[in-house]
Every structure is written in structure tokens, then in C-alpha cells.
Write a new protein. Structure first.
Length: 500
């Protein structure tokens, strides 16, 4: 990959002062002390922590919500997927908006909305209200992770330092997976499921205060314009596809409503591909996908997070409904998986920094596939030994997969569009998790329990195959050609994000 030239990087966040730095051209991030950069990383990780905790804690609380609201399986799916669909739909808009009006400003708005949505969720009088308030959370959440990733990208300009920072960022997911089930289980057992949303409030408020004090403002010198047609097509695609999958079992797969949903989704894909190619400044720059590593990272993200969403959904219901464990007991059962993720996420970041993404992606694919096979072919649920082995393997795989996805997604992209590039990766994650919950829930509703585990196995195999294919010499050549194409843009957009 081309290395950043010396001197100021376009759109980078910098400055020794604690207050915001305004204006389109900011000083080099080298002016920030190492301590200040690590503090900014910690603040960004706080936003990831509350978003990730929210997902893992919610899964543990699903059976309690089901009893209180007399909800169906599809109702439980919507408590997760309503959030994920809105989040995925708005991530790219939030990333480009942050590049335009200021990353710090959008990040702060996101913290306020996410915290407010969490408070409203804790007060929801019914399932419909809860789903609606989860959508408020999602609007705020869409302004957190991709914007925080963009802040990190512009704060850590040296490739190996950035890879380590991304490793720390990825490790926060492991922390949430380790702490979420235990904290969530303890809260559900002692106070009730509504208390799981309270934990977001102090962390969100603390992050808001620290952001105001320590995170410098940054924006792209030439951000892309708003793309309302592209944004509408993304929302139509994700909304109709998810609705069709979740409601297909109850409404009938051949009903006019469900077939109509899939037709609208297909038309949205075709319209998006056609329209975005003709637009000068599209919501989704289709040229990014000429890079095989970038396209591979997108599909790997969808597959890995589909496996995660389905894995957590299946195991939460199994441990509490079939085994009769309490919410805390179910959380403790999941700790081996979470600990592996926590331990291996920073290791993956270091591997990416020193060896590139190939090794962690292949190892991740092997581990996730093996975990799925234990459930699908060997009935891991019949033995605690097999069950915990599968949990450990899945934790290893998921711990290794996150850092190379993020690293590859921003590799070679102009730093001025760092928010858009990282938002594509974040969108792929949320789309994958939403589809995982939707598809696995549909398989359960159809009585295909073993089939659900084979789907997760297939997701792991996809990570393995694409991890090998998209990280070789040929794939790197396509990334270099794509970087050259993007470098042909105006001078202020030519500084690429190098991660190799």
C-alpha cells in the first residue's frame, strides 16, 4: 500500500490544546502526545463498550422479556433486529455527516441519543414501545462506532501504531462479551431486565464529558454531499429483507406480503448499484469494491457477525429455556467464549500489524467452522465437555476476526473519507448480525434446529475461504490499483490510509 507522505494529513485530528480545533485543515496528529492519543482511544472505546454491552446483555435478558411481554420468537427477534436494521441503515450517513460537520460533534450527539434511548427502553410499558425505543438507541449508536473509528484512524497515523490501536478497539468487544452476560445475568436476577439499560447511562455521560474536554474536532476538507436517494434505497433494502426473513414463517413464505418484501429488496439492490455508479459523490462509492481485500472484508464481516448473532440467540434460549438455567447461570456458561475473545482480540491486532490479515483470518475461519460442526454434527449440547469446547473455539474465532476486518476496510482509502470507509465495515457487521438473528430465528420457527447450526458452520467456512483468497498477492494487486484510482481525486483527498 502507498505510505502517507510526511507532513499534515488531510482531515486528521490534532493539536496540543484540550479544546476543539476548528477549520477544515487541521495540524498533524503527531502534535498530540502519546498520552493524549491513548486517552482519545480510551474515550472512543467507551462508546464501543456501551454499544457492545447493550447487545450481549440484551441476549441474556430475552427470556425474561418474553415472559413479561408474552412475546413470540419473532417478537424477540425484533427487539434485536429493529435496533440492528436502523443502525446499519444509518451508519454510512453518520460517517459521511461526521466527515462534513465534525466528527467530535456527531460523536457527542450520538452519545446523547444512545443514552436517552437506553433510559426510554428501561421505562417501556410494552414490547412495541421497547422496539421503538431500541430504534432511538440505534440512531444514536449509528453516530458512535464508525465516527469513533474515524477519530482513531485520524489520531493514529503510523500504520503499526494504528494496527495496535485497532487491536485494543477490537478487544473491547471481548470485554463486553465477557462482562455482558455476567453483569446482565446478575442484574436480571436481582433487579429485573429493565436495569440492563441503566448501565449505559453513567458510561455514556462520562464519555460525553471526556469527549468535550479531550477530543479535538476534525472533519474532511472535502466531504461528500448528502445522497438521499442512496440512503432511501439502503433503508428499503435492509428493512424489507429483514422483515421478510423474520415474518416469513408466520405470514407464509409464499404470501404476497413476504414475496413483495423480497422483490423490493432485490429492486433496491439493483437500484443502488445503478444509481451510485452515476452519482459524482455517492453514499457508497462502488469503486471501493474493486479492491478484493475490501470486498472480502465486507463479506467476511457479514458472515462472522451473522454467526455471532445466531450463536448468541440460539445459546441464550437453549441455556435458559431448555436447560432451565437462570440468567446469571446462562451468562456464566458463556464466559469461556467471551474470555477467548477478550484474550485473542489484541493478539489479532498485533498479528495484523506484523504479519498482515491472512493468518488471523484463516485461524478465525477454522475455529468458527469447527465450533459450528461440534453443534451441527456432534450434538455439542449433549455434553458439557463438547459444549464448552465449542464455546472456546467460537471465542477464539471471533476474537481473531475483528481486527483484520477493520484494518483491511480502511487500507488504501483516502483519509478524507475515512468515516465512509469505516462505516461500510461497521454496516457490514450490523447487517450480518441482523441477518444472523433473522435467519436463525426463522430456522427455529421452521423446526430446523440442526439446520440452524449448519448455517453458522457455513458462515465460519466463508470466513476461512475468503480469508485465504482475498489476502494473497493477486488480491493485494487489486487493492493497489484501487488505491491508485482513488488517488486520482483532488489533491486534498489523496492521502491514503495505509495499514500495511
Amino acid at each position: 500500500m502507498p505510505k502517507p507522505p510526511p507532513g499534515p494529513a488531510a482531515g486528521s485530528a490534532a493539536g496540543p490544546a484540550a479544546g476543539p480545533i476548528s477549520g477544515p485543515a487541521l495540524g498533524p496528529t503527531a502534535e498530540l502526545s502519546p498520552r493524549r492519543r491513548m486517552l482519545i482511544l480510551g474515550i472512543c472505546c467507551m462508546s464501543l463498550l456501551i454499544v457492545s454491552l447493550d447487545n450481549t446483555i440484551l441476549n441474556v435478558a430475552l427470556p425474561s422479556m418474553q415472559r413479561d411481554f408474552h412475546a413470540s420468537v419473532s417478537g424477540l427477534q425484533w427487539t434485536i433486529d429493529a435496533y440492528l436494521v436502523v443502525l446499519a441503515s444509518l451508519l454510512m450517513l453518520s460517517g459521511s455527516t461526521a466527515d462534513r460537520v465534525g466528527r467530535k460533534k456527531i460523536f457527542q450527539i450520538g452519545l446523547v441519543l444512545f443514552s436517552l434511548g437506553s433510559l426510554l427502553c428501561s421505562l417501556a410499558p410494552g414490547l412495541g414501545w421497547l422496539i421503538g425505543f431500541r430504534m432511538v438507541q440505534a440512531v444514536g449508536g449509528s453516530m458512535l462506532n464508525p465516527v469513533a473509528m474515524s477519530i482513531i484512524t485520524n489520531t493514529f497515523s503510523e500504520p503499526k501504531e494504528r494496527a495496535r490501536a485497532i487491536g485494543v478497539w477490537s478487544a473491547v468487544v471481548g470485554v463486553s462479551m465477557a462482562a455482558g452476560p455476567i453483569i446482565g445475568g446478575a442484574l436480571v436476577e436481582s433487579v429485573g431486565w429493565r436495569s440492563i439499560f441503566w448501565i449505559n447511562l453513567p458510561v455514556g455521560i462520562a464519555a460525553l464529558v471526556l469527549t468535550a474536554r479531550f477530543v479535538p474536532e476534525s472533519r474532511a476538507p472535502r466531504p461528500r454531499r448528502v445522497d438521499p436517494v442512496g440512503q432511501f434505497l439502503v433503508i428499503a433494502l435492509l428493512g424489507t429483507l429483514t422483515y421478510g426473513i423474520i415474518e416469513g414463517s408466520s405470514a407464509g413464505w409464499t404470501s404476497a406480503l413476504i414475496i413483495g418484501c423480497f422483490v423490493v429488496a432485490a429492486l433496491s439492490v439493483a437500484g443502488l448499484a445503478s444509481y451510485e455508479k452515476r452519482r459524482v459523490e455517492p453514499l457508497i462509492d462502488t469503486r471501493f469494491f474493486r479492491s478484493v481485500p475490501f470486498s472480502g472484508a465486507t463479506v467476511i464481516a457479514v458472515s462472522a457477525f451473522a454467526a455471532l448473532g445466531g450463536f448468541l440467540f440460539l445459546n441464550t434460549l437453549y441455556l435458559q429455556d431448555d436447560r432451565g438455567l437462570s440468567a446469571l447461570g446462562a451468562g456464566l456458561y458463556m464466559v469461556p467464549m467471551a474470555l477467548m475473545c477478550l484474550i485473542l482480540a489484541p493478539v489479532s491486532g498485533r498479528l495484523v500489524g506484523t504479519r498482515g490479515p491472512r493468518v488471523p483470518l484463516i485461524l478465525a475461519g477454522i475455529a468458527m467452522t469447527a465450533s459450528g460442526v461440534l453443534f451441527a454434527a456432534l450434538d455439542a449440547q449433549s455434553s458439557n465437555t463438547l459444549l464448552f469446547t465449542s464455546y472456546v473455539l467460537f471465542g477464539i474465532g471471533f476474537g481473531l476476526v475483528n481486527a483484520p476486518i477493520t484494518n483491511t476496510a480502511v487500507s488504501g482509502m483516502p483519509r478524507a473519507q475515512a468515516g465512509v470507509a469505516s462505516a461500510v465495515a461497521s454496516t457490514s457487521r450490523q447487517v450480518g448480525q441482523a441477518l444472523g438473528v433473522a435467519v436463525i430465528g426463522a430456522a427455529l420457527a421452521a423446526g430446523m434446529h440442526a439446520g440452524a447450526w449448519w448455517i453458522i458452520t457455513g458462515c465460519g467456512a466463508t470466513v476461512l475461504v475468503l480469508g485465504a483468497v482475498t489476502t494473497g498477492r493477486w488480491a493485494r494487486g487489486t487493492a493497489e490499483r484501487t488505491a491508485g484510482l482513488l488517488m486520482s481525486e483532488p489533491e486534498e483527498q489523496r492521502t491514503p490510509v495505509s495499514t500495511s
